[in-house]
Design a protein around this ligand. Structure first.
Ligand code: ACO
Length: 401
């Protein structure tokens, strides 16, 4: 605690907590994490159980409404999502104006912020209906936006969603379908299996309480900015390798290591902090135990690769890396375990998602969490702008020379 009375003539104290290691910025009823036990619940339900038995749209409904939907509620929610999946023709020109080599996250931040130009949203805290409409529209449009980002990089035209496909199937269809050729993939069984794996990916990334990107959405939204602009700020925050960009970095690391035999030497370099190398996909600010999502993906990635008849040497390297690290005093002492990003990259690659699109996939999944957190915040009694303080360490007041 810092006494600020002498600093700015206001009585009282405030906490100095760089990196917010022990600061709760809000109260929330959405996601609960017990980092020591390696537990994560959405609205009270353990995420691994939800991933086992639900689909992403059910989970989106749960996050937004607080309860699992009845069959009738689900049908209505599903049709609302489908109704809003297509983005306006004018928005397609956003993509046309961007270079095809633009980083996918650069495209995503711009396009999502651009939604605010088309959809003004009331910030009357009582206008729950309009908040929910904004949330549904946001979740609905992300698959087409994500697919267009990918297709723009290849110079391919837009593909529109199909009403008989699930949310995850539509994402894969809109990304990979070639209208002048065949739909992706020709093999129906592989398509369904890939879509199921993507659906689980979306569920397990849907929310994670006050991480950097979610806190960014809340801070941006706290000024009563348009929610699409606030989500765009969250996407920018997710971009970096310490957050959403980590699974991309994991793949680069595994490729750099190359074979199982090189793992021990790589771990030695990490422990000696040589050239700033960290074990990507390891460690977490909150989890000081095995991340339950990583545990789920560890099994799922093997199943996906087997189901698709793919042998990826990176999986062997990753398993060996985990085995060595979990037996090593350096990692044990610091409570460093695989996080959600450790195995997901291998799975996404097997499905055909290019590495450059990994963070886009994460953003697509997290959108429902961001918008639910925004909605919870703006509807809260006594909702105020976020305004942290600082410890000023610059020059005292002085005269200009
Ligand atoms: N590999 C090696 N050492 C590590 C790692 C790692 N992945 N993570 C932390 N450490 C070490 C640090 O060097 C430090 O050791 P020291 O006390 O000897 O200096 C100690 O553990 C604590 O590290 P901090 O950076 O203080 O931990 P923090 O909680 O701030 O960082 C973070 C968490 C950013 C996730 C970190 O563990 C990391 O960089 N991991 C790799 C990147 C990654 O996988 N990010 C994805 C996070 S999950 C997500 O966003 C979805």
């Amino acid at each position: 605690f810092i006494d600020i009375g002498t600093l700015n003539k206001q009585a009282g104290v405030y906490t100095y907590d760089p990196g917010f290691q022990c600061t709760a910025s809000c109260s929330s009823a959405i996601t609960f994490i017990d980092g020591d036990k390696g537990q994560c619940n959405y609205r009270g339900y353990p995420v691994d159980q939800i991933a086992q038995s639900s689909n992403f749209l059910e989970v989106s409904y749960l996050l937004l409404n607080g309860e699992m939907p009845t069959p009738e509620e689900m049908q209505e929610f599903d049709s609302e999502i489908k109704q809003h999946m297509i983005i306006k023709t004018k928005m397609l020109s956003f993509f046309n104006s961007m270079p095809s080599a633009a980083h996918p996250m650069a495209q995503m931040t711009s396009v999502v912020a651009g939604l605010s130009a088309f959809y003004p949203v009331s910030l009357d805290p009582k206008d729950h209906k309009q908040h929910m409409e904004a949330a549904i529209r946001m979740v609905a449009k992300m698959p087409m936006i994500s697919a267009l980002i990918y297709r723009n990089s290849l110079g391919l035209p837009a593909v529109y969603p199909r009403s008989d496909f699930t949310y995850a199937e539509n994402l894969l269809y809109m990304m990979f379908s070639n209208p002048t050729h065949t739909t992706f993939p020709q093999n129906e069984k592989v398509f369904k299996a890939a879509a199921k794996a993507i659906d689980v990916f979306l569920i397990l990334h849907a929310d994670h309480e006050q991480n950097a990107s979610t806190s960014t959405v809340r801070i941006a939204g706290s000024s009563q900015a348009n929610p699409y602009a606030a989500v765009s700020a969250g996407i920018a925050s997710l971009w970096g390798p310490a957050h959403g960009g980590a699974n991309e970095a994991v793949i680069q690391m595994l490729e750099e290591i190359g074979t199982k035999e090189n793992v021990a030497e790589f771990v030695r370099k990490v422990k000696n902090k040589e050239a700033g190398v960290r074990l990507m996909g390891f460690g977490h600010r909150v989890y000081k135990n095995y991340d339950p999502r990583a545990k789920y993906f560890k099994t799922l990635v093997g199943e996906v690769l087997d189901g698709m008849d793919i042998q990826d040497p990176k999986l062997e390297v990753a398993r060996e890396l985990e085995r060595i690290a979990l037996e090593d005093e350096y990692f044990i002492k610091r409570k460093l375990y695989p996080n959600v990003d450790f195995y997901t990259g291998i799975m996404l690659r097997a499905i055909g998602i290019p590495t450059s699109m990994f963070t886009v996939m994460f953003a697509l999944a997290r959108t429902v969490g961001w918008i639910t957190q925004w909605k919870e915040m703006v509807e809260e009694k006594g909702f105020r702008i976020s305004r942290p303080r600082q410890i000023y360490i610059g020059a005292p007041e002085r005269k200009l020379p």
